[in-house]
Design a protein around this ligand. Structure first.
Ligand code: FAD
Length: 385
């Protein structure tokens, strides 16, 4: 069945583009921990990374359901959008809170691919999930902010020109609320890389181009402050629901890929002179993952519907992210188990996708923190931290 927000024509076009980047392409990138440059370039040229940028700035001006369709299809094809998805949601901070001059300067260049906004520096080694405890500071000196500190897990920093950076501009002890005194800077990394900005890659469980960053008196023009000084935390928060929705769509794509692969393999593989799919022990985990995926997808559609109606659906976006991540993980488990030993062989892509989809239990928000949100903000229980 096709739903109104499904964008079948976009899905078809994205699937066609992705067919040019088969498992062998992703396996090679994974093996070499290489950035999928050709894939990102193809997506950029097709305009998909500018899906959410308004037409007046050279983007496609599409709604979030279209961006979800793009990301889901990438993942359903066996690929991975992590190399470039951040451009979709980090751009939203600039779009919603940037000045007219900032938008006019940056958005058209981001839309046509001449500037890459792929990096989002929030997490720090010592603060983790407790974002307001971050220690990176930006001190105002004339027309500049001088940034000092450290970030971790800043993905794609080596493959991005710009970075949205959350840092403290007023010490926490001087703020009425701990969420005050944080500011967002749009950093042009081309000017400071290798000088006051050091980028160190982190080799991770999967190919994610993630890094740690060190700022040593890094100058950023004060004109690159997004919105008002000290209000940055709420600007970042305002984009979280869109991020949750977009990531949930990737999970749905993964879940469908795993379920389709598991079903096909189970029907094909003969052991004890019959297809393994004939065993209920094989059927049930796949059927269960399919069921979970369908239910999670409905919650995602609901989050999208509310978002596109002008709301900012915290409950539904969080639920969708968690349910879709759980569905993709259940499907990954079922798929790997169905493949038996072959699930561990690189050439089937299952072990790679398995490693990739595991991330969604932890990032960009961990399951525990979603449950805490539901407990506190939806059910009215006391804050636990
Ligand atoms: C591959 C990868 C890419 C990433 N990319 C980016 C990026 O581009 N930009 C960026 O800013 N960040 C990025 N992150 C960071 C990511 O958002 C964090 O790892 C994640 O939010 C968890 O933070 P943490 O690792 O510091 O865990 P911690 O905060 O140290 O938490 C560790 C564990 O404790 C649990 N926990 C903590 N507090 C509570 C509590 N109060 N109640 C219950 N459980 C709790 C958490 O759920 C988690 O399971 C990335 C991470 C990874 C692994």
């Amino acid at each position: 069945m096709t739903y109104p927000l499904d964008h079948p024509e976009i899905r078809e076009a994205v699937a066609k583009l992705c067919a040019g980047f088969p498992g062998a392409y992703w396996r090679q990138c994974d093996r070499e921990q290489a950035y999928p440059t050709a894939f990102v370039q193809a997506l950029t040229e097709a305009g998909y990374l500018a899906a959410l940028i308004p037409e007046e700035y050279g983007g496609l001006g599409l709604p979030i359901s279209a961006a979800c369709a793009i990301l889901e299809e990438i993942h359903r094809s066996g690929g991975n959008a992590a190399a470039c998805h951040a451009q979709m949601y980090t751009m939203g901070t600039l779009l919603r809170h940037g000045s007219d001059a900032q938008k006019a300067h940056y958005l058209p260049q981001i839309a046509d691919g001449s500037l890459r906004l792929q990096a989002f520096g929030v997490t720090e080694p010592t603060s983790g999930t407790d974002t307001t405890a971050l220690r990176t500071t930006a001190r105002r000196e004339g027309d500049l902010y001088i940034v000092n500190g450290q970030k971790i897990w800043t993905s794609r920093a080596e493959h991005s020109d710009l970075m949205l950076l959350l840092c403290r501009t007023t010490p926490r002890e001087d703020c009425a609320k701990k969420t005050d005194g944080l500011s967002v800077l749009l950093v042009d990394m081309r000017e400071v890389r290798g000088k006051s900005l050091t980028i160190r890659p982190i080799r991770a469980m999967m190919n994610h181009a993630t890094t740690e960053l060190f700022f040593d008196d890094m100058p950023v023009p004060a004109a690159n402050l997004i919105g008002a000084e000290g209000k940055g935390f709420r600007y970042i928060l305002s984009g979280m629901n869109a991020e949750r929705i977009l990531i949930a769509a990737e999970c749905v794509g993964d879940a469908k890929w795993f379920t389709e692969r598991a079903t096909a393999y189970a029907n094909d593989r003969t052991v004890f002179a019959r297809p393994i799919a004939q065993n209920q022990g094989i059927q049930f985990p796949i059927a269960k993952a399919y069921t979970q995926t369908r239910a999670a997808e409905l919650m995602l559609r609901e989050a999208i519907r509310l978002y596109e109606a002008g709301g900012n659906p915290g409950e539904e976006a969080n639920l969708a992210k968690m349910l879709c991540a759980d569905a993709s993980w259940a499907a990954a488990e079922a798929c790997l188990q169905t493949h038996g030993g072959f699930g561990f062989a690189e050439e089937y892509d299952v072990e790679r996708k398995y490693r990739e989809t595991r991330l969604y239990q932890v990032a960009p928000i961990s399951t525990n923190l979603i449950l805490s949100y539901i407990a506190e903000h939806v059910l009215g229980m006391p804050r636990s931290y």
